[in-house]
Design a protein around this ligand. Structure first.
Ligand code: ASP
Length: 451
């Protein structure tokens, strides 16, 4: 009998994305997305919106329990607490460094090209900014005053802090804590299965999310701001394909080609959800099961990176600063630009990876260097699409640093990294084995009888 080869999830997700782009653009060109039309009301802002929102919410639902279980199990599995400190320090330095390089390169490219010079643009939308919280507040906010509250609000740094502390405390209890260790390990495995279940519907959700975003995109606006968009996208691509891959090769010696191949679906998830945070379950799965990073490192570096590492966002801030400064005829000078670099790196620590947060961070930067915050209104219209692209760059940065740190701490399996099929998901992987089901039912019966 010839068995048909099952299509992998990656292939399906890529098909979903391609069809989503086509459908979205077709709807936009035909003007079918308008309010009051059947397609606009029932398909784009009806069906697509519902499917997309349900999917992103389901991903978000996974984040807190997944990070909780995997991080504690990571701490338990790391063996040596000193390693934990080293993983933390290395990833922090690398995250800050890559973000600083990203924004410096972006500012340089934008300044050399001189984007926005002589532009006579009018704001298309009003934008009110936010002031940057002082560093002291960011630091204090790492400690959760109430763990349940931190979990309820999905405060990632607080959750990381508590989970690590809990992991260490379990280690201190030692052998007596064995049942808890088992519970955590099994909890981690259960959550990973939940990720697989949600991912099985991803191709359809990705289609809906992308089709909706593109259908509602102001393509006319895109043309008006072509200079800004082109320079920004070019800077993002340079960072992803040149800077990050050079850093990966240099520090880990691993193949950038393999990395990019295996990151494809994670990037599509980031692209379609515009949220590094919501993508955490997928990034964590890819980094551990496809790129060979041990969970003891990935369970920390991935959620940590989703929160503090935003290379793509920093690039947007660099290009936008030059663009708006030029459009308003403000000369920021070297010190101004250095302040911009420092501010965006700092702002990235205190803000989570959720859709559109980049613009809020930008307003913090503008307030600091004295650029008009209303200027952000100029780029607001095209930000939706750019947010999608920069989020894909953000999660790629998280994965790059995860591989480098894991490799340097020998918490890395090159065989998994180099195996093209490792961690591939097909529809066959998401099922309940009838035999296992029976066994489990027996266990439950036995427990009931004991009572
Ligand atoms: N959406 C981005 C992220 O989640 C942040 C941003 O640039 O707005 O990484």
């Amino acid at each position: 009998m010839v068995t048909k080869k099952k299509m992998t999830l990656t292939t399906k997700v890529l098909i979903g994305m391609a069809l989503g782009i086509l459908a979205g653009l077709a709807i936009n060109f035909a003007g079918l997305n308008a309010e009051g039309t059947f397609v606009g009301d029932n398909i784009v802002n009806g069906l697509f919106l519902i499917i997309g929102k349900m999917f992103v919410t389901a991903l978000k639902m996974l984040v807190v329990p997944l990070v909780f279980f995997s991080l504690i199990s990571g701490v338990l599995g790391i063996g040596d607490i000193n390693v934990l400190g080293k993983v933390g320090a290395k990833s922090f330095v690398l995250y800050m460094l890559t973000t600083a390089i990203a924004i410096a390169v972006a500012i340089t490219i934008a300044a050399v090209i001189g984007i926005g010079e002589g532009a006579h643009l009018t704001s298309t939308a009003a934008f009110t900014g936010k002031e940057a919280p002082p560093l002291s507040a960011v630091l204090i906010d790492i400690i959760p005053g109430n763990v349940v509250n931190a979990m309820a609000l999905g405060k990632m740094l607080q959750l990381i802090f508590f989970s690590i502390l809990l992991g260490i405390s379990i280690l201190m209890v030692g052998k007596k804590a064995e049942p808890v260790v088992k519970l955590i390990e099994i909890g981690n495995e259960i959550m990973m299965n939940m990720v697989n279940i949600i991912m099985a519907v991803a191709p359809y959700a990705v289609f809906a999310l992308i089709a909706k975003a593109l259908a509602n995109l102001g393509l006319g606006l895109l043309a008006d701001l072509a200079g800004y968009v082109i320079v920004l996208v070019a800077a993002l691509m340079i960072h992803l394909f040149v800077t990050l891959m050079a850093i990966l090769k240099l520090f880990s010696g691993m193949s950038p080609k393999t990395f990019l191949k295996k990151m494809k679906d994670t990037q599509v998830f980031a692209f379609s959800t515009s949220s590094s945070n919501a993508t955490i379950p997928v990034t964590l799965r890819t980094v551990t099961e496809r790129l060979g990073v041990d969970n003891s490192v990935a369970s920390f570096t991935v959620p940590f990176g989703a929160t503090i590492n935003m290379d793509g966002t920093a690039i947007m801030q660099g290009v936008a600063t030059v663009f708006i400064a030029n459009a308003y005829g403000v000369d920021l000078g070297i010190t101004g630009y250095l302040t911009v670099i420092m501010m965006s790196v700092l702002a990235s620590i205190g803000t989570a990876g959720v859709p559109g947060v980049g613009l809020i961070m930008l307003s913090m930067v503008f307030t600091q260097v004295g650029l008009p915050v209303e200027g952000i209104g100029l780029i607001l219209g095209v930000d939706r699409l750019l947010d999608m692209i920069r989020t894909a760059v953000n999660v790629s940065g998280d994965a790059t640093v995860s591989v480098i740190v894991a490799k340097s701490e020998k918490k890395f399996d090159p065989e998994v990294y180099n195996d093209p099929t490792a961690g591939n998901l097909t529809s066959d992987d998401v099922h309940i084995d009838p035999k296992i089901e029976e066994e489990l039912a027996e266990v439950v019966d036995l427990l009931h009888e004991k009572k």
